[in-house]
Design a protein around this ligand. Structure first.
Ligand SMILES: [Zn+2]
Ligand SMILES: [Zn+2]
Length: 289
């Protein structure tokens, strides 16, 4: 099973389980998700997916896409994920009942997760007797195998001139920024699909503010150059920025996110926050056969 992860993801996972043993259950869930993401069944789904032929400039690739899923396979994956997530802490225990609830509609849940549709996810949570926050924490993982496969399939079709703040593939906000290589190229990375893009100039990815207001930096003394938090004075959003020697593999971004949780605490302590998820518009349509 471990062989299915990229070497980079394997290294991050090993380092994380050493450094944050208390995150064990969450790490196990993330590892299972990344292993699932490498299953060829999702590549077959991506191969059968059709993109909207005409997209307005600045529209992510998956907006309006038609995604046909094997309903039984999707159902098995989601129930397995929910059962595993129920082990992650006392707040998550209700997920165990949801994992075997007949009312769980895997296609609807995956569609809402792919589209970052918070209202719909809240409704699904209530229909399963779950706290929306509990389901909200699992939803990005639920969609990850599908989104990673769609990025593998369609990532090369991204317009090289793409300069939006959101991911050119799935429309999500960047999870992290890389300061990559000797030339320290700034690349935005999406933890959901693994998307990788540049946003030229000094601009806040979340609110499009430009110039010095859009980019200040919070740093820990020890790692001034290599790890920092970019903050925006206009929208109070923040983005973690890490120096890398080479690009993170697509399945590595979510792990890098977890490995920089200390930076997150610095940002939240100063009352910066990650903006609310932005729904994909027009939404992708997931169908179950
Ligand atoms: Zn993405
Ligand atoms: Zn901003």
């Amino acid at each position: 099973m471990n062989l299915t992860l990229s070497p980079g993801a394997r290294r991050q996972l090993d380092a994380l389980s050493q450094a944050q043993p208390e995150a064990g259950p969450w790490l196990a869930m993330l590892e299972a998700t990344l292993a699932e993401a490498a299953d060829p069944i999702w590549d077959a789904t991506a191969a059968a997916t059709t993109l909207q032929p005409e997209r307005a400039p600045g529209t992510p690739l998956l907006a309006g896409a038609q995604i046909p899923l094997d309903r039984d396979r999707a159902d098995r994956w989601l129930r397995r994920l929910l059962a595993r997530a129920a082990e992650a802490g006392s707040d998550a225990i209700p997920l165990r009942a949801a994992a075997s609830d007949d009312a769980l509609d895997a296609i609807a849940l995956l569609e809402a997760a792919v589209n970052n549709d918070g209202d719909r996810l809240d409704g699904i949570a209530r229909s399963l007797g779950l706290d929306p926050e509990t389901l909200g924490a699992v939803a990005p993982l639920a969609a990850m195998p599908l989104l990673q496969a769609l990025r593998r399939r369609f990532g090369a079709a991204v317009d090289p001139r793409w300069s939006e703040g959101v991911c050119p593939v799935c429309g999500g906000w960047p999870t992290l920024a890389e300061q990559r290589g000797l030339e320290r190229a700034r690349r935005l990375r999406c933890g959901r699909c693994g998307g990788d893009w540049a946003q030229p100039g000094i601009r806040c990815p979340f609110c499009d503010a430009v110039g010095h207001e859009a980019r200040a930096a919070l740093v820990a003394e020890a790692d001034r150059e290599s790890r920092r938090v970019e903050t925006c004075a206009v929208c109070r959003g923040y983005l973690k920025n890490v120096s890398t020697l080479r690009a993170w593999a697509g399945d590595e971004v979510g792990l890098a996110d977890l490995a920089t949780i200390d930076l997150e605490l610095v940002a939240v302590d100063r009352e910066y926050e990650r903006p609310e998820a932005r729904p994909l518009n027009p939404p992708a349509m997931v169908s179950g056969g």
